[in-house]
Write a protein that binds this ligand. Structure first.
Ligand code: 5GP
Length: 203
C-alpha cells in the first residue's frame, strides 16, 4: 500500500525564482503534481489559462470562496489568488506529492488546515538580486516593482514560520536541496507508522 503523498507549500517573494525551481523539480520527478491556482490577475505574456493559472473574474472568485471550493486564498498586490481544493486530496490519495506555490497568508492558512504539510521558503541571495530579477523580467511597470519589493520585505519576515528555507543561489543547488528535504520528510517515522505496524502485526 502506498502512503498518501506529501502536501508541499512553497513560498517566497516574487522574483525569488520559485517558478524556475519548481519547473526543474517537476522535470526531475514525474510523481509530483503542481496545483494550478485561480487568480483574478490578468495573464502575463506567454501565460496559458489552465496551465499557469485559472484566470477568472472577481465574481467567479467570490463564488468559489462562497462555495468553499478554495483550500486557501489571499489578496496579493490588488489581485486575488486561491488554491482550488478539488484535485489536491485525490492526488495525495493516489500517492502523489502535491506542490502549492503560494504567498505567505495562504501558507499560514494551509499550515493551520493541514499541519503535516511541508513548508519551504525560497529566499533570493540578496534584496539587490531580487530587484534585478524583477526588473529583468521586463513584464512589470516601475510602480508594480516597487509594490512587489515592499511586499517582498513583508514576506521575508514570515520565513520564520516555515519548516525550511532554501536560498536560490543557483537553481541546480536549490532543487537538489529541496529533493533532500522531501526525501528526509518521507522518512519521518510518523509518516511510516502504518508500514511499521503492518510489519509488526505480520511477525
Ligand atoms: P504572480 O502574480 O507573480 O504570479 O504571483 C504573486 C504571488 O501570488 C506569488 O507569491 C505566488 O506564489 C502567489 N500565489 C500564486 N497562486 C496562489 C494561490 O493560489 N494562493 C496564494 N495564497 N498565493 C498564490
Amino acid at each position: 500500500m502506498k502512503n498518501d503523498g506529501l502536501l508541499i507549500v512553497f513560498s517566497g517573494p516574487s522574483g525569488a525564482g520559485k517558478d524556475t525551481i519548481l519547473k526543474r523539480l517537476l522535470e526531475t520527478n514525474a510523481d509530483y503534481r503542481l496545483s494550478v491556482s485561480a487568480t483574478t490577475r490578468a495573464p502575463r505574456e506567454g501565460e496559458v489559462d489552465g496551465k499557469d493559472y485559472h484566470f477568472i473574474t472577481k465574481e467567479k472568485f467570490q463564488n468559489m470562496l462562497k462555495n468553499d471550493e478554495l483550500l486557501e486564498s489571499a489578496e496579493y498586490c490588488g489581485n486575488c489568488y486561491g488554491t482550488p481544493s478539488g484535485p489536491i486530496r485525490s492526488w495525495q490519495a493516489e500517492g502523489h506529492d502535491v506542490i502549492l506555490e503560494i504567498e505567505v497568508q495562504g501558507g499560514s492558512q494551509i499550515k493551520t488546515k493541514c499541519p503535516d504539510c511541508v513548508s519551504i521558503f525560497i529566499l533570493p541571495p540578496s534584496m539587490e538580486v531580487l530587484e534585478q530579477r524583477l526588473r529583468g523580467r521586463g513584464t512589470e511597470a516601475d510602480e508594480v516593482i516597487q509594490k512587489r519589493m515592499m511586499r517582498a520585505q513583508k514576506e521575508i519576515e514570515e520565513a520564520v514560520h516555515y519548516d525550511y528555507c532554501v536560498i536560490n543561489d543557483t537553481v541546480e543547488k536549490a532543487v537538489d536541496e529541496i529533493n533532500q528535504i522531501i526525501c528526509a520528510e518521507k522518512h519521518k517515522v510518523y509518516r511510516n507508522a502504518d508500514f511499521i505496524e503492518r510489519m509488526l502485526n505480520h511477525a
